[in-house]
Design a protein around this ligand. Structure first.
Ligand code: HEC
Ligand code: HEC
Ligand code: HEC
Ligand code: HEC
Ligand code: HEC
Ligand code: HEC
Ligand code: HEC
Ligand code: HEC
Ligand code: HEC
Ligand code: HEC
Ligand code: HEC
Ligand code: HEC
Length: 302
């Protein structure tokens, strides 16, 4: 009975090994591992788990690496396996899958070897690794890390040094189709990426010239823009200075030109408008201006 089990485990290992080999490009996080616990709290050095490889990459640990310190009894799969494996099936059918690498890095020329002789810690580039508690949130170094040295003086800064595909003079894939209307959303997420290729004044010049779609309506000028600005003021700042707004707000709006704007009948004119939406008055008026004709008590309860 025991022999039989053992054989089927063996068979299983072969299968798992094979499927690993075949599916090595499909990676998902399946190991519970805290760099903080090992590196910071227990002072284990990076090399112990990430030995340097011939090709300039760093090795990734296998289960053998862990068993230097942790007891792993492969003959007896149990709940103990779940100390490291997230999928419950690890304790039963041994199905596990390793961590994924960010896809975007396919384009990158990088070798640890170029940087071996520089006097920098691993964490200079792998920022925060010693505090990381969850492999799933581990991030690779961003371009900002590199450009601290790759500034054209200490080390080369041409895009081609590090990128196989991206070039300053070639619009990236996201620029297709409706880009004029879509670029705003991406710029809001990470504007600094735009400035790898574009000067700031390139953006501003166009924003002084071209209006967004919502500006085209007839009532934008006298009505809709206020509602939109109340909803999301940051949008306007992309293209307008504060002076642009206040200069115009110093002029009397059309609503004020109605004959009954100051009528004594409280159900009409400015009284009614103030009751409907007092906030809108405050865009252009200080309350002190109302108090010129009112006592302050009324102002608190329109
Ligand atoms: C006790 C073992 C251990 C130590 C010590 C350790 N790591 Fe790791 N590290 C791991 C494991 C496990 C993974 C996930 C491996 C995988 O993807 O299969 C990992 C993943 C990484 C990754 C992401 C690689 C990838 O593609 O998944 C980086 C980068 C990394 N470690 C850097 C470091 C640095 C820098 C140090 C030293 C400050 C360090 N590690 C110390 C075990 C360790
Ligand atoms: C100059 C910046 C820099 C330094 C210093 C650095 N790394 Fe990296 N490391 C990277 C980048 C960038 C990647 C991603 C490479 C890729 O995807 O091609 C990476 C990837 C890794 C990986 C994943 C496996 C691989 O090689 O792709 C491990 C593990 C790793 N680094 C560990 C370390 C350790 C340990 C040290 C210190 C001995 C270290 N790194 C120092 C920038 C750096
Ligand atoms: C050099 C020794 C060493 C190596 C190698 C090592 N660990 Fe650890 N590990 C420790 C120590 C020490 C602790 C802390 C134990 C404690 O606090 O009780 C620990 C704790 C853990 C814990 C937390 C256990 C718990 O009780 O919460 C996990 C999970 C873990 N290690 C996973 C791994 C994995 C996965 C590997 C292989 C990639 C690995 N370890 C390699 C020394 C090591
Ligand atoms: C101390 C942490 C730890 C424990 C405990 C542990 N494993 Fe693993 N196991 C790992 C790591 C790390 C890997 C490598 C994952 C990778 O390649 O990314 C791994 C990989 C595997 C693999 C894939 C084949 C291989 O050898 O790389 C199998 C199968 C597996 N473990 C089964 C088990 C079983 C069954 C148990 C319980 C008896 C167990 N593991 C306990 C950390 C652990
Ligand atoms: C601490 C400073 C420093 C950091 C950070 C750094 N590098 Fe470097 N890098 C250098 C130096 C110095 C050289 C060698 C330049 C030379 O040979 O002229 C170099 C060389 C290189 C080369 C080879 C250049 C060539 O001429 O072939 C590449 C590619 C590279 N680095 C990519 C990166 C990437 C990608 C990052 C960020 C993840 C990075 N470097 C971060 C300092 C740094
Ligand atoms: C020293 C290395 C280095 C140089 C030089 C460099 N980059 Fe990068 N760049 C990186 C790294 C590292 C990343 C992050 C990896 C990734 O997303 O592929 C990156 C990412 C990017 C991205 C994607 C950003 C994102 O977050 O999606 C763009 C776009 C980019 N670089 C443009 C450029 C342009 C344009 C140049 C030349 C003006 C340039 N890079 C020069 C290292 C470099
Ligand atoms: C890797 C370089 C690169 C990056 C990164 C990049 N662009 Fe571009 N972009 C270009 C190139 C090249 C063009 C075409 C310029 C031309 O036709 O003169 C372009 C064109 C544009 C245009 C159209 C200009 C026109 O006159 O029609 C807009 C808008 C634009 N980019 C916005 C952005 C924004 C916003 C970002 C950041 C989210 C960004 N770009 C990131 C390279 C880049
Ligand atoms: C070809 C002219 C043009 C260029 C160049 C341009 N933009 Fe725009 N941008 C527009 C237009 C038009 C809109 C409004 C689109 C719409 O109708 O929603 C807009 C909208 C935006 C918005 C969103 C505002 C909102 O409505 O939420 C942001 C953010 C933005 N652009 C950033 C940038 C940045 C950063 C650059 C330079 C890298 C840039 N734009 C270059 C024309 C341009
Ligand atoms: C062409 C002149 C003009 C410009 C330029 C202008 N506004 Fe207005 N704004 C008005 C008028 C007129 C009203 C009153 C509309 C009404 O009577 O309801 C108003 C009302 C408002 C309101 C109150 C609307 C309400 O009902 O709550 C806000 C908020 C507002 N504007 C924000 C802005 C911002 C922000 C800017 C600059 C990006 C700006 N406006 C630029 C003319 C202008
Ligand atoms: C993509 C750039 C862009 C964004 C974002 C933008 N505007 Fe404008 N807006 C313009 C341009 C260009 C004009 C025309 C300026 C001129 O004629 O001097 C304009 C004109 C206006 C006018 C005057 C209309 C007229 O006919 O005189 C108002 C009011 C206005 N914007 C309000 C806003 C408000 C409020 C927001 C935020 C909700 C906003 N805009 C966001 C580019 C923008
Ligand atoms: C777009 C800007 C704007 C908005 C919004 C606005 N006002 Fe005014 N209002 C003005 C300007 C400009 C004047 C003239 C101020 C002056 O002459 O000192 C004025 C004048 C007035 C006057 C005095 C009229 C007179 O003949 O002396 C009253 C009353 C008034 N506003 C009430 C309101 C009320 C109530 C609201 C809100 C419902 C409101 N206003 C919203 C710009 C605005
Ligand atoms: C030029 C003088 C004048 C100014 C300035 C003025 N009002 Fe009035 N307001 C009046 C008059 C006159 C009445 C009618 C009083 C009555 O019938 O008893 C009135 C009535 C009202 C009422 C109704 C009073 C009630 O008891 O419910 C409200 C609300 C109101 N105004 C709001 C405002 C707001 C808000 C402002 C400032 C944005 C403002 N007014 C500025 C002259 C003014």
């Amino acid at each position: 009975m025991f022999e039989k089990l053992r054989k089927s485990w063996l068979m299983f290992f072969v299968l798992v090994g094979l499927s690993f080999y075949l599916s090595s490009c499909k990676r998902a996080v399946d190991i519970k591992f805290s760099h903080q616990l090992h590196v910071e709290e227990n002072g284990i050095s990076c090399d112990q788990c990430h030995p340097k490889q011939e090709d300039g990459t760093m090795g990734l640990p296998t289960m053998d690496t862990c068993s230097d310190c942790h007891e792993i009894d492969l003959d007896n799969p149990s709940e103990k396996c779940l100390m490291c494996h997230t999928s419950r099936s690890a304790s039963k059918d041994y199905e596990v899958s390793p961590l994924s690498k960010p896809m975007s890095y396919k384009d990158l020329n990088f070798s640890h070897e170029y940087h071996e002789d520089l006097d920098v810690e691993c964490s200079f580039c792998h920022i925060g690794i010693e505090k990381n508690k969850d492999l799933g949130t581990l991030k690779y170094p961003t371009m900002d890390v590199c450009t601290q040295c790759h500034n054209g003086e200490e080390a080369p800064a041409e895009c081609e040094t590090c990128h196989k595909v991206i070039r300053k003079d070639r619009p990236p894939a996201n620029h297709g189709g409706d880009w004029t209307f879509l670029h705003g959303r991406e710029a809001r997420v990470s504007e600094r990426v735009c400035h790898y290729c574009h000067q700031k004044n390139m953006c501003q010049e166009c924003h002084q010239r071209e209006k967004p779609r919502d500006h085209q309506t007839f009532v934008w000028k006298i009505e809709d823009h206020g509602e939109e600005a109340t909803h999301d003021r940051r949008r306007c700042v992309v293209c307008h200075s504060a002076g642009f707004c206040s200069d115009c707000h110093r002029q009397m709006p059309p609503s004020h030109k109605r004959a009954d704007w100051l009528a004594f009948d409280v159900h009409n004119g400015h009284a009614q408008a103030a009751r409907r939406n007092f906030r809108s008055c405050k865009v252009c008026h200080e309350t002190s201006e109302c108090v010129r004709c009112h006592n302050s008590i009324i102002m608190r309860q329109p």
